[in-house]
Ligand binder design. Structure first.
Ligand SMILES: Cc1cc2nc3c(=O)[nH]c(=O)nc-3n(C[C@H](O)[C@H](O)[C@H](O)COP(=O)(O)O)c2cc1C
Length: 331
């Protein structure tokens, strides 16, 4: 099936978004959580996927490349469309526009700490502009409907200005559908350890679901996080980039089974499936550049990974890629 941007008839009714220990999510991942990767993660058992963050302004002004980020298919459900922006009216209108394209679930990025985004007053910068943030939340919820918008938060801009639990509770009062938290501050970026210890109290105080993100590098991490924090669900980010089978491992561990062997055969199968999905759903990615950035993560730790990475640098065609795989990951 070729990729399409959904029109509303493709989603006849909004099913409830699944939350639960056995419903692992794929986190929004700029540059990575595109349609082929989401479909791959769904094949391994991701219960919900989020798009990469999409600029509300870019969407409204039809900036080149924005539309591509929204490509989806009916099999790519349930799907949360993540927006970032600084202007509440713009975010509300972008939500309406996404809704007209068939999206039902939305998320506001309040965690991105990349300078390019923060400088616009978007992402985690909104954590320091609470009135603006709450106004943005209102316009998005007004456009999408009660319970259809989630908010992905960090702990605050820095440690001196913690936003939790108050901000999450206010968003809940406004009609948020769920809250997800990557428990580090914006200033911390990805440094140090994610502070899961803030999550149990927040989970207790919220009536809406809380989804945990942060340092979930393996399915064992995900299960430990669920156990320690009692959140409603976990979302895998870098863990899924390293091994999309993290979702099936999650389900296997829950069922008392061992995770799958992450050996050369498993990795080769995963890579081939990813290539297949790219060629089927994203033919505009005519070159191999995406796989060149993805494969090194998949083979991380395997003997010969370094030589494989080097071989990939000069690879520009699918045929060359196949040859490299045959050399380094023979079937
Ligand atoms: C490459 C990359 C891209 C990301 N893109 C987004 C994004 O578009 N929106 C968002 O809310 N978070 C984004 N994040 C943050 C992740 O969703 C997640 O919250 C974070 O990586 C912490 O989880 P982890 O430690 O398990 O990776 C991104 C993270 C990475 C590594």
């Amino acid at each position: 099936m070729s990729s399409v941007t959904l029109g509303s008839p493709a989603i006849p009714f909004a099913q409830a978004l699944p939350f639960g220990a056995d419903k692992p999510w794929l986190a929004p991942l700029a540059g990575y959580s595109d349609l082929p990767f989401r479909l791959l993660c769904r094949e391994y058992g991701a219960a919900v996927c989020e798009t990469e963050m999409v600029s509300a302004k870019g969407l409204l002004y039809a900036s080149p490349g924005t539309e591509e980020l929204l490509h989806t298919t009916p099999a790519d459900q349930p799907l949360v469309g993540q927006l970032f922006g600084a202007d509440p009216l713009c975010l509300g209108r972008a939500t309406e526009l996404l809704q007209r394209k068939g999206f039902v679930w939305f998320d506001l990025n309040l965690g991105c700490s990349v300078p390019k985004v923060m400088r616009q007053g978007a992402g985690a910068a909104l954590l320091g502009q609470e009135d603006m943030l709450l106004h943005a939340a209102q316009t998005m919820i007004h456009a999408a409907g009660f319970g259809r918008v989630g908010f992905k938060l960090r702990l605050g801009l820095d440690r001196t200005h913690p936003v939790l639990p108050d901000l999450a509770l206010r968003l809940e009062d406004l009609g948020a559908g769920w809250i997800s938290v990557h428990p580090r501050t914006a200033r911390e970026g990805f440094q140090g350890k994610a502070r899961w210890e803030v999550l149990p109290l927040l989970a207790k105080r919220l009536s809406i679901p809380l989804v945990a993100s942060g340092d979930l590098f393996s399915a064992a991490d995900g299960l430990r996080c669920l156990e320690e924090t009692k959140v409603s669900a976990v979302m895998y980010a870098r863990g899924a980039l390293r091994n999309p089978a993290i979702f099936s491992d999650h389900r296997r561990l829950l069922a008392g089974q061992a995770p799958s062997e992450n050996d050369a055969l498993h990795i080769r199968t995963m890579i081939e499936r990813h290539i297949h999905l790219i060629r089927e759903h994203a033919p505009q990615m005519s070159s191999t550049w995406k796989m060149r950035s993805v494969i090194p993560r998949y083979v991380h730790g395997l003997p010969g990974a370094r030589a494989l990475r080097q071989a990939l640098c000069s690879c520009t065609t699918w045929q060359e890629l196949e040859k490299i795989l045959n050399t380094f990951l023979p079937t």
